[in-house]
Design a protein around this ligand. Structure first.
Ligand code: ZN
Length: 158
């Protein structure tokens, strides 16, 4: 049976931080604020996977009060979610995500993001969907105050 999960995350854009999305460092005037590398895309995908497994959210497994995760690459959160799925046992069918960012342009980096996410999850890049959209200059996302991501994941559980 395939279980689906949903994930959503948002981080504030601030000066003096690197912008890391899907494990790709993207040249930009601002980066995302957070305890880890603040990779909002990987966080949303991680929550989608945890949701498909009926687990608690990413903050439960990797609390932002834990010094171990300070500046941590979010790839390790995906690796842990994939490990959890394996122990069920479960097989990740696919993940799909949408990034909502007014700036910068995401499209040139999509393939590299897919590769990073697939590697972290131990799946093929063809099982990873990523789209990007602007917020049409509306609201906090449109004013470039933050970047959001939503994701779904399918996990086949026996
Ligand atoms: Zn996050």
């Amino acid at each position: 049976m395939v279980h689906v999960g949903i994930g959503y995350d948002v981080h504030a854009l601030v000066a003096g931080r690197k912008l890391i999305l899907g494990g790709v460092e993207i040249p930009h005037s601002k980066g995302l604020e957070g305890h880890s590398d603040a990779d909002v895309l990987m966080h949303a995908i991680c929550d989608a996977l945890l949701g498909a497994l009926g687990e608690a959210d990413i903050g439960h497994f990797f609390p932002n009060t834990d010094p171990r995760w300070r500046g941590a690459p979010s790839r390790i959160f995906l690796e842990e979610a994939a490990r959890l799925a394996q122990t069920r046992p479960g097989r990740i069918v696919n993940v799909d995500a949408t990034l909502i960012a007014q700036e910068p342009k995401i499209f040139p980096h999509l393939q590299a993001m897919k590769t990073n996410i697939a590697q972290a999850l131990g799946i093929d890049a063809r099982q990873v969907g990523i789209k990007a959209t602007t917020n049409e200059h509306l609201g906090f996302l449109g004013r470039e105050e933050g970047i959001a991501a939503m994701a779904v994941a399918g996990v086949e559980l026996s």
